[in-house]
Design a protein around this ligand. Sequence first.
Ligand SMILES: [Zn+2]
Length: 145
Amino acid sequence: MIKYALKCEVDHGFEAWFPSSDGFDEQSRQGLVQCPMCGSSKVSKAIMAPMVRTSKEIPSPQQVMAEMLHKVRQHVESTHDYVGSGFAAEARDMHEGLTPERPIYGEATPDEVKALVDDGVPVAALPVMERKGEAAKTGVQKKLN
Ligand SMILES: [Zn+2]
């Protein structure tokens, strides 16, 4: 079934359902399509208004992914202490028992991350967020031992 916006010769606008795209042309030719307001059978397709996007629109996979990463990031930021570029040192000290264990996050260079992982310090990369000037560093989160 296809719904068409229609109008009659005096511009009465109405909508009608047809079994197929040919249905309207067929029924119109036979004079079967009549304006519900004036009964005129001189009915034509109205120009369809552009589809209005609503909030119920299904988000794209990219939007879903971005939203998910944003939530992960928000969770970490609300439950972990931010230690900035001191992350590698802090994480290592905790891992070696020099400072009490606590959840932290911050930035580290790829080399720092690799060194931590090589030494068995449990760290996890955070979803990347745009932060100008910090492109060379990776957001990282210290997992509890
Ligand atoms: Zn009419």
